[in-house]
Write a protein that binds this ligand. Structure first.
Ligand code: ADP
Ligand code: MG
Ligand code: MG
Length: 929
């Protein structure tokens, strides 16, 4: 841990003490600021306090950390001063700095940043003298007081309806001075604002605004550390599985000013389109403004490129004349800077080999780069960019496959508006297509109302003037987001795209009234609770509810899947109980069914009666009578599934759940059963009572049913094999694999297998025909994993039922875990929900043992997984490493699993010179301790 020694890394004038590989220590922002220097880009000088110091702060507190960094910070500051030719805190020749958060993983807008630090009443005078630009100086000062008081001194609006006290002062001043736009404020106005702001600070916090620049600096550094643990940052980390112990770095950087006049500006740009992936440089800028103005969506910004500007105007129905005059692009207003920016963005993409999201500021005609990072993008853009970059020769095939986050594919499979239903909807306004997708729901205006809606299973659309990071939870809960202000780079837009959530922004005609909870568009007034629909791909806003249909997949998606299949060594099957699910999964590329749950077929109306009759029967004869009724129904269902999976293997699990799940609990149904079976209601009730179990999940279920009531397994085997033989005549190839649930001992398995083989012989004899089939078992009882070598003597395949295996290994009832799992996750007792992400260290050990032992007995043993985990990328990687033949997951996760399987194979190949077959443990591996 030599890094613990050095607490501060400097950069500036094309030199740097760090580089892009040092994200863990310097955070993404700091590491990339260094890197940009190293590749010769214009970056204001600065330094980064390491993430280790944030950890130190969290464990030892403020005094300890300041003690530790003080000297190095002072020295590093000298370096900034040297390069800037000015001095921090100097009254005559002052240097201002920004204090910026920045962690290892990008968490856009979740933590805090303070600009223009180092100003006080004396420094202001010096700066006016130095720049000859009093308006700019007073503007910077009032911005600083506002930001610092909010971030460091905790001056945030108290309740959701409350106005920000600073915004109230600004509005008041506008009113008094007859000023309409911020740009009309004069130096005198800003000066007055400063003193009103300072009074407000005193009034709200009972302290004076700090005047000593060094005191300001330490306050800001601590506030940035604190912002690592603010509520929204913690929530964002949960959402994105970012560990809490990484900490944030603090970047202190000389200020450059985009608010010095008409030849100054600030902007944000993407090297490609983050919604669609189109290879088109795009972004937004504001003349005479500071960075936060673009991000917060306070003013609607202008487009950087002419092409982008024209597209924007056409969406907003603005004529070319008006556009060119009022909203010209940077390409038109500052052509040479624009060219420099184009060169830089190209160089950055080539250097990072990925799409970049950049921040820049132009100070009096000079361009400065302030940030670059791999851009957040939609699932669609992610796929397109990976394929395009492969075609452009930037990425080889393996890198392109690795570039796409499997979970992001989920978005592509989401529904879109049904074109038929669209014709009937009323288009009421046009906004910017900030994040694609289709959303329909009831209007809410506040994040907590959106959360409430989600809890009540209502579809809601969050409508805001602009969103701030505080609204994050509401954004997650809402179906879609609509904002009145802000552009494509506003907080709402960036975060929504990151989440794959539909968002329309910049609906300029929207008037939102938070107090009365209404939004008006022209004459139309919509209230909270009214239905509204958004198309995030076109920016169109509709009144009312619109039906949705399945998404259409792009050619790029197909190309990616084909590429993935070349590398994957595991097959991907699906869990499907109906022909319809099987067909969907097949279209997504499923190579078989890994789990077909026969019991799901019994819940349908006509079948449940026969099923109940079987359960309530007094004896074997009674059961056989009822089973005879079930046989043709089960056979027909299975024919449908075999037909859908023609030529592909289908694993059919024999009856698994405790029988009382099927019995009638309502009196009406009990009467019905009594009549049907010609017994008294009382006998029905007695029978039901006698079936009560204290722990049904550990009770009379799985192969314990099939062994105590062999006639059930018999009927099911018969249905499976008769269905397969019937289809054979029609030229349809069924490949049944009969799976015994919940096996724990060899004898249990043997007994079931004997029933199956004896029945098969009978069926083949009767039919005068036969069919190839195999008999295997689920491994879901821990004992089965431990004695897998014995069980494999009988079982021809293993399928890990990781839901039950997790349940029984942890001893957590899945149905009751809701009482403590959230607490465990919140408090870090568990890193992940083990029912979602396979617990590699615990449950994983059982899987490894079982696989090894099983293969030792039967080298051609087929091994797969059919629990929830079969569709979760980190679990899939584990399955690959233990040598499974396939994973099986729900139909909609099949593409995700195909990609994850390919990535696992590629990563293993890349690591093959390291340790084979042992699971690599990095902090990023989402394993339990
Ligand atoms: P975030 O992570 O929320 O984007 P940043 O630290 O990047 O926070 O800063 C917020 C805004 O302030 C950005 O637009 C950024 O470009 C701008 N900014 C940060 N530091 C400086 C600086 N030294 N000079 C000018 N603008 C800056
Ligand atoms: Mg930033
Ligand atoms: Mg099970």
């Amino acid at each position: 841990m030599t890094n613990l020694q050095k607490t501060v890394f400097t950069f500036g004038s094309k030199k740097a003490q760090g580089d892009a590989s040092m994200k863990d220590l310097l955070g993404g922002k700091g590491a990339n600021l260094c890197e940009m220097n190293l590749i010769g880009m214009p970056v204001p000088p600065g330094f980064t306090i390491t993430t280790e110091m944030c950890k130190l702060y969290n464990s030892e507190g403020k005094v300890a950390v300041l003690e530790k960094i003080k000297e190095e910070v002072h020295t590093a500051m000298l370096q900034i001063e040297d390069q800037m030719g000015s001095k921090f805190g100097d009254n005559l020749n002052p240097c201002l700095v920004s204090v910026r958060s920045g962690s290892r993983a990008s968490m856009p807008g979740m933590m805090d940043t303070i600009l223009n630090l180092g100003l006080n009443d004396k420094v202001v005078e010096g700066l006016i003298e130095k720049t000859g630009n009093p308006r700019f100086v007073w503007d910077s000062y009032r911005r600083f007081i506002q930001m610092y008081s909010e971030v460091v001194m905790g001056m945030k609006p108290k309740s959701k309806e409350d106005e920000d006290p600073f915004e109230e002062i600004i509005d008041q001043l506008k009113h008094e001075k007859g000023v309409k736009l911020d740009s009309e404020f004069t130096a005198e106005h800003f000066k007055e604002m400063v003193s009103l702001f300072k009074n407000a600070v005193k009034q709200f916090t009972a302290t004076d605004f700090p005047t000593d620049p060094w005191e300001q600096l330490w306050g800001a550094v601590i506030a940035v550390f604190d912002s690592w643990t603010n509520e929204r940052a913690v929530y964002y980390r949960r959402l994105n599985h970012i560990p809490d112990d990484w900490g944030t770095a603090v970047n202190i950087q000389a200020m450059v000013f985009g608010n010095m006049g008409e030849s100054s500006a600030t902007g944000v740009a993407f090297t490609r389109d983050s919604s669609t992936g189109e290879n088109l440089f795009n972004g937004e800028y504001l003349i005479n403004a500071q960075g936060e103005d673009v991000v917060a969506g306070i003013r609607t910004p202008q487009q950087i490129t002419l092409e982008g500007s024209r597209r924007w105007a056409s969406v907003a129905a603005i004529t070319e004349e008006v556009r060119a005059e009022k909203f010209p692009s940077l390409e038109e207003t500052m052509p040479s800077i624009f060219q420099e920016l184009i060169d830089i963005q190209k160089k950055l993409e080539l250097h990072y080999k990925d799409m970049q999201d950049i921040e820049f500021t132009i100070q009096e005609g000079k361009l400065w780069m302030l940030q670059t990072r791999n851009a957040k993008r939609t699932g669609a853009a992610m796929v397109r960019i990976a394929i395009d970059m492969h075609k452009e020769g930037l990425l080889d095939e393996e890198a392109a496959v690795l570039r796409v986050d499997p979970n992001k594919l989920d978005e592509l499979l989401h529904p879109v508006f049904d074109p038929k239903s669209l014709n009937q909807a009323a288009l009421v306004a046009q906004g910017l297509p900030a994040s694609p997708g289709a959303a329909t729901g009831q209007i809410v205006f506040f994040a907590d109302d959106a959360e409430l809606g989600a809890e009540e299973n209502r579809a809601v659309i969050l409508v805001r003037i602009e969103t701030s990071p505080e609204d994050l939870k509401g954004m997650v809960a809402a179906q879609g987001i609509l904002t009145a202000r802000g552009g494509m780079t506003s907080h709402a837009a960036v975060v929504a795209r990151g989440m794959g959530k539909c968002c329309v922004s910049g609906g300029e005609r929207l008037q939102i009234d938070y107090k009365n909870r209404t939004v008006s568009i022209g004459d139309l007034v919509l209230k909270e609770g009214d239905w509204i629909s958004l198309n995030g791909s076109t920016g169109k806003i509709y009144k009312g509810k619109i039906e949705t249909t399945a998404a259409v997949l792009s050619d790029d998606f197909d190309t990616l899947m084909e590429m993935a299949d070349k590398y994957a060594t595991m097959k991907v099957r699906t869990n499907a109980d109906t022909p319809k699910d099987a067909e969907v999964a097949r279209r997504f590329g499923a190579q078989g069914i890994g789990l077909c749950r026969t019991e799901h077929m019994f819940f349908e109306e006509d079948k449940i009666m026969a099923m109940r009759e079987m359960i309530l029967a007094e004896d074997e004869a009674g059961r056989r009578k009822a089973l005879a009724k079930l046989l043709p129904m089960q056979r027909k269902d299975l024919e449908g599934i075999f037909e859908a999976m023609n030529g592909l293997p289908v694993t059919i699990r024999l009856l698994d759940p405790p029988l009382h799940e099927f019995v009638p609990h309502e009196l009406e149904n009990q009467k019905e059963m009594a009549e049907e079976m010609r017994i008294s209601v009382k006998s029905v009730q007695d029978k039901i009572a006698s079936m009560h179990e204290f722990n049904p999940m550990l009770g009379h279920r799985g192969c314990r049913l099939g062994n105590t009531y062999p006639e059930i397994s018999e009927m099911q085997t018969r249905a499976i094999l008769e269905a397969a033989i019937n289809l054979k005549k029609a030229g349809i190839k069924a490949l049944p694999e009969i799976m015994i649930p919940l096996t724990g001992t060899l004898a249990e398995m043997q007994m079931q297998k004997q029933i199956v083989t004896e029945t098969a012989e009978k069926v083949f004899l009767e039919k005068g025909d036969s069919i190839a089939y195999s008999v295997g078992t689920m491994i879901e009882v821990p004992r089965a994993a431990l004695v897998a070598d014995r069980i494999a003597e009988s079982a021809e395949f293993f399928s890990f039922g990781t839901n039950d295996l997790t349940q029984m290994t942890f001893g957590y009832s899945r149905d009751d875990a809701g009482k403590f799992l959230p607490f465990y996750l919140e408090n870090g007792i568990l890193k992940n929900d083990p029912f979602q992400v396979l617990d590699q260290n615990g449950v994983g050990q059982l899987i490894k043992i079982a696989a090894e032992k099983g293969l030792a007995t039967r080298p051609d043993l087929k091994i797969g997984i059919c629990g929830e985990h079969g569709g979760e990328p980190s679990s899939i990687e584990f399955c690959h490493l233990v040598g499974m033949n396939y994973v099986s997951c729900s139909p909609f996760r099949v593409p995700i699993a195909r990609l994850a399987a390919a990535q696992a194979a590629i990563k293993e190949k890349k690591n093959s010179n390291k340790e084979v077959n042992s699971i690599k443990k990095t902090e990023e591996d989402l394993v339990l301790l």
